[in-house]
Design a protein around this ligand. Structure first.
Ligand SMILES: [Zn+2]
Length: 275
């Protein structure tokens, strides 16, 4: 099982590997830059070299680089869309020098333009990105559908992927809290949901998991993460989820409200009960 959590990049790349090991993680996620957006810190080439060497010599699952939350490729405001494209392109260019990893982003919020226009603008932006040369995969995160979020329905994710010319390396990251809040009952009908995903998007596109419980009820279209077993989803259902043959081989990232000791406990719990 490849499981880890979101880690701070503040002390550099190699430092994240050290922290991950100390909490029993064999994969993890980090923000490419300040999650609110803005300029990314310069990468120390020595740090990156050591990081690459250690990644290759260890048993690491594919890492997840998360785009800033503010990145919105389908805002009604042109400047916001442009800013999103600039950050996306800059992130991709930086990650070109990395071992293959997942670059995960929230598809966007259409801010009143309608889902169709939102999908069209996301597709246009992705078609302008150097997808064909990217060593890893770009992942669309499945969203909860709060506000005007695009990508809370599997059909919307499929429409984006279908519209992109170089979609060979486009995939989906499924956040358990988001999909449950979006109305996909992975607690009581996991096989049904995965079948539906397979029919619309295709299970070969499902690449990574955000493993979270939800503070709000099923189908609530909210995005409030809870610790595993402390939300509306329940521990047994989450363990069934991580043990499912379709899911168990994918990197799983905890984004639960925890500090490192709490993450360490959750990782140990999932490993012990879910394997
Ligand atoms: Zn996310």
């Amino acid at each position: 099982m490849k499981i880890g959590c979101h880690l701070s990049i503040a002390k550099g790349y190699e430092a994240m590997l050290v922290v991950a090991e100390s909490i029993g993680a064999n994969t993890f996620q980090f923000f490419t830059r300040n999650p609110r957006g803005g300029k990314a810190k310069a990468i120390d080439p020595k740090d990156l070299e050591t990081f690459k060497e250690q990644l290759e010599s260890g048993e690491w699952g594919t890492l997840v680089a998360h785009a800033p939350y503010t990145l919105n490729l389908c805002s009604k405001t042109v400047e916001t869309r442009e800013f999103g494209r600039t950050m996306f392109l800059d992130d991709m260019n930086r990650l070109m020098n990395f071992p293959p990893l997942y670059y995960n982003f929230h598809p966007g919020s259409h801010t009143g333009q309608g889902v169709e226009t939102g999908i069209k603008q996301i597709v246009e932006a992705l078609n302008d990105m150097p997808l064909a040369n990217f060593p890893g995969w770009v992942l669309l995160e499945a969203m909860s559908g709060k506000g005007s979020e695009v990508g809370s329905r599997f059909e919307e994710l499929a429409a984006i992927i279908d519209g992109v010319e170089h979609n060979e390396r486009l995939g989906v990251l499924m956040d358990t809290c988001h999909v449950y809040s979006a109305g996909y009952d992975i607690m009581n009908d996991l096989n049904g949901v995965l079948d539906e995903f397979d029919r619309t998007v295709g299970l070969d596109r499902l690449k990574a998991i955000h493993l979270n419980d939800s503070l709000t009820p099923f189908d609530s279209h909210k995005d409030r993460h809870a610790k595993l077993g402390e939300g509306s989803m329940n521990a047994e259902g989450l363990l069934r989820f991580v043990s499912h043959p379709v899911i168990s081989s994918l990197p799983m990232i905890l984004e639960t409200p925890n500090e490192l000791p709490g993450y360490k406990e959750e990782i140990a719990w999932v490993r012990q009960k879910g394997e």
